[in-house]
Design a protein around this ligand. Structure first.
Ligand SMILES: Nc1nc2c(c(=O)[nH]1)N[C@H]1C(S)=C(S)[C@@H](COP(=O)(O)OP(=O)(O)OC[C@H]3O[C@@H](n4cnc5c(=O)[nH]c(N)nc54)[C@H](O)[C@@H]3O)O[C@H]1N2
Ligand SMILES: Nc1nc2c(c(=O)[nH]1)N[C@H]1C(S)=C(S)[C@@H](COP(=O)(O)OP(=O)(O)OC[C@H]3O[C@@H](n4cnc5c(=O)[nH]c(N)nc54)[C@H](O)[C@@H]3O)O[C@H]1N2
Ligand code: SF4
Ligand SMILES: [Mo]
Length: 684
């Protein structure tokens, strides 16, 4: 039997066709729109069956006993242990002392609302997402510029500007669209410190110095304005703050920023001209911008390029999304107004979206360790592995160990589940039905539909949350007995049911694709226009126009560059793994057996390091051990460190090196991606 669903082995949300025989998953294939010889295969999806039935899967709940051992339990015992701890802590310290942490996108989206609803009904405002280190800071920058995060219309573009995104490894459908645009003659500009496959395909590759994208974006703005290459009609009618932007950008000439960006002035100007004079053009922005100290202003500047060139909401440009109307299941209004969330130090970031979790992830660790603004004593982690993936592992582990109670909901044992008092086994993506955020934020809406029974005694996340609700006597707020009922309730405003979605596996549109929608109601900003200058930000003491007060520090430990002379690039995704996941899957390990440090041959020669030599990489926060791989993918003076291997061995953990003491003031983003470090050869 074949069945359509959405893969969530990573956050690309690819539509797939699953093959099931006698209730067992046999194979899963991506439904690609590209011609057969242009389709990109996904190694994780090819390993889907192996992942689903991996012997390591958690199949029963675990509870830590008095001797400190994790022992198997049944669901009744485990859920009872969780709710009795929650009640106990609420009585002693107040409900706000219990927090919920959401990790990677595996279970993101509409189901996010279920956990938020549970915590809000329980009385805690602390539902913390990981958006400060993922794309949510970027999303906020889009919001503050023109009201929503745009979607590049790559396949119809004549020029594609890829800024810190590697769809070759992270989103096959998007990569196929880039290839299609190329076949149709589109020009390609890539801004990436690494020679990625996309950089190799590009007409112009800007090998930017990590973390310095804000300088480049301002410089491109400066060139476009000074050379009169902007769309005057659009700017006059639909943008505010053009003079402020011109003034802010003026000092960032190509010649001025060249040395600090490792780029040639001529290349910067050529990229600005090509992008501004080839219409339509779209910008694909990614995680390369996301974990920078300057993320908010750098991304705003990139967003402003879209508006300056009149590419917003035009075919082949950057589409403003058409969200599916859905019911907000959250209960924010039931929380006492005087009870701040622990993310209150980042008020703009915590409030820019009505129904997401609060995303300043680092605030959670502050609250546990430093008890500010008040202590968190119990934490429930859902679909995340913070002991590996959160900034500054030593500090994170210290925090997780300080808790009175740690509960982890996951599919596999991880560095984080090992620290837990209670572990609840969750189902994988082919074992449950859910609505994904991607499906709601923009038409088409597709269903991720269950294709096989849960493996072992694992439960879907929705069921775990609903059952916790019932045990906390919140049955009234969790009246649904199936996920279909809950989705139907959420989608009622859209007039769509789960049953209809199931009948239309190719998806349902609630409205036809429309361009230039701002002509009807303006942009969703306070002024109704694209805001090059934001009075809202000025009121909060932030630069109203990007970098109007200059460009601040870009990399962690920049003040100690003599001791730490290399720039590390972290987190570049492999197509075979999702963050810390799947490293135990034999077929994937056969393709990529270990994490490595990419080092330029010139640097290696200078340091007497050979290919495959064991290295120690050090920052003021700690060390990491990995083998060297000599290659010119990296710029001299920088290294690229393999991501996610801290799950296999904590000595390979990138976040041993990262710094959480310096953050973007708006979005709480630390510089996980670019930081200074020292590299040396070690013994075996
Ligand atoms: N230094 C540095 N730090 C980074 C990054 C970086 O590039 N560099 N990247 C950042 C980014 S963008 C992100 S998104 C985060 C990712 O950080 P995490 O969210 O911690 O990522 P994963 O390692 O993928 O952990 C996800 C966990 O969820 C489990 N899981 C998978 N599916 C489900 C499900 O359906 N339900 C449940 N309950 N569990 C599930 C998996 O087994 C896994 O243990 O890391 C961030 N941290
Ligand atoms: N296979 C796989 N797919 C995934 C994931 C995964 O772990 N594995 N994770 C998912 C998640 S949660 C996310 S957030 C996305 C991320 O998706 P992407 O944004 O596509 O992925 P990355 O590889 O993290 O980073 C993109 C590029 O940014 C570049 N980069 C690094 N530093 C800088 C910089 O300072 N400036 C610029 N301009 N570029 C820089 C890197 O070299 C890399 O080529 O992928 C999702 N998809
Ligand atoms: S890229 Fe691969 S793993 Fe990620 S959603 Fe698509 S098919 Fe699944
Ligand atoms: Mo992410």
């Amino acid at each position: 039997m074949k069945k359509d669903t959405i893969c969530r082995l990573c956050s690309a949300c690819c539509p797939v066709e699953a093959e099931v025989e006698n209730g067992r998953l046999i194979a899963v294939k991506r439904k690609s729109l590209a011609p057969p010889d242009q389709q990109l295969s996904c190694p994780k999806l090819l390993a889907a069956v192996e992942i689903t039935y991996a012997p390591e899967r958690l199949t029963v709940p675990l509870i830590r006993n008095r001797k400190g051992q994790q022992c198997e339990a049944d669901w009744d015992q485990a859920l009872g242990a969780v709710t009795s701890q929650m009640e106990k802590i609420r009585q002693r310290h107040g409900p706000q002392s219990v927090a919920w942490l959401r990790g990677m996108a595996a279970d993101w989206g509409a189901p996010w609302d279920y956990a938020s609803r549970l915590m809000q009904a329980f009385g805690s405002p602390n539902i913390i997402g990981n958006g400060s280190v993922c794309h949510v800071a970027r999303e906020m920058a889009h919001h503050f510029t023109y009201g929503a995060m745009t979607i590049p219309q790559t396949k119809d573009a004549r020029c594609v500007l890829i800024w810190g995104k590697n769809d070759r490894n992270t989103c096959p459908p998007a990569f196929e669209a880039i290839q299609q645009a190329r076949r149709q003659g589109a020009r390609l500009i890539v801004v990436d410190p690494l020679r990625t496959p996309l950089a190799e395909m590009a007409d112009i590759w800007l090998q930017i110095k990590p973390g310095h994208d804000g300088l480049l974006a301002m410089s491109m703005i400066s060139t476009i304005i000074e050379e009169g290459l902007y769309d005057r009609a659009f700017v006059t009618q639909w943008c505010t703050g053009f003079e402020e932007l011109r003034r802010a950008a003026r000092p960032f000439t190509a010649e001025t920023v060249a040395a600090d960006t490792w780029l040639e002035p001529a290349a910067i100007r050529a990229a600005a001209r090509l992008y501004a004079t080839t219409a339509p053009a779209c910008i694909v922005d990614g995680n390369g911008l996301d974990m920078q100290l300057q993320v908010f202003d750098a991304t705003r500047a990139v967003c402003m390029l879209r508006a300056l060139t009149g590419n917003l909401d035009r075919p082949g440009g950057d589409l403003l999304p058409q969200p599916v109307p859905a019911r907000n299941l959250q209960l924010q209004d039931q929380l006492p107004a005087q009870l701040p969330a622990i993310t209150c130090g980042y008020p703009l970031f915590s409030s820019f979206h009505p129904n997401w979790g609060l995303h300043a992830q680092s605030a959670l660790i502050d609250a546990i360790l430093e008890e500010r603004p008040y202590p968190i004593r119990m934490l429930i982690v859902q679909s995340g592995n913070p002991a590996v993936t959160m900034t500054d592992t030593r500090r994170v582990r210290q925090a997780l160990q300080k808790l009175d109670c740690l509960v982890v909901i996951d599919l596999f044992p991880t560095q984080t589940t090992r620290l837990a008092d209670v572990v609840l086994p969750a189902c994988g993506c082919f074992e449950k039905t859910q609505l994904n955020r991607a499906a709601l934020r923009h038409n088409l809406i597709c269903l991720q539909d269950q294709v096989i029974d849960p493996v072992g005694d694992s439960w879907p996340d929705w069921k775990i949350v609903f059952e916790l609700g019932r045990r906390l006597n919140l049955d009234r707020l969790f009246p649904w007995h199936s996920v279909d009922q809950a989705i139907d309730c959420q989608l009622e405003p859209a007039g769509i049911t789960t049953a209809q979605l199931r009948r239309h596996p190719q998806g349902i549109r609630t409205e036809p694709v429309a361009f230039e929608k701002y002509r009807r109601n303006g942009f969703a900003t306070p002024t109704g226009k694209v805001e090059f200058h934001s009075p809202r930000l000025a009121r909060h003491g932030q630069p109203a126009t990007p970098f109007e007060n200059g460009f601040g520090p870009a990399l962690a430990f920049a003040d100690q560059h003599r001791e730490y002379p290399f720039i590390a690039i972290s987190g570049e995704r492999s197509s075979r793994y999702t963050h810390s996941q799947f490293h135990h899957i034999p077929s994937l390990r056969r393709q990529e057996n270990e994490g490595v440090v990419d080092l330029h041959p010139d640097d290696a020669c200078r340091l007497g390091i050979g290919n495959g030599d064991p290295l120690r990489v050090t920052t003021p926060r700690g060390s990491l051990y990995m083998k060297a791989r000599l290659c010119d993918r990296v710029h001299v003076g920088s290294i690229c460190i393999g991501w996610g291997w801290g799950e296999v061995d904590p000595r390979h953990g990138i976040n041993n090196l990262t710094d959480d003491s310096c953050r973007n003031p708006v979005t709480a983003t630390p510089s996980n991606r670019g930081f200074l470090c020292r590299v040396e050869k070690t013994q075996g």
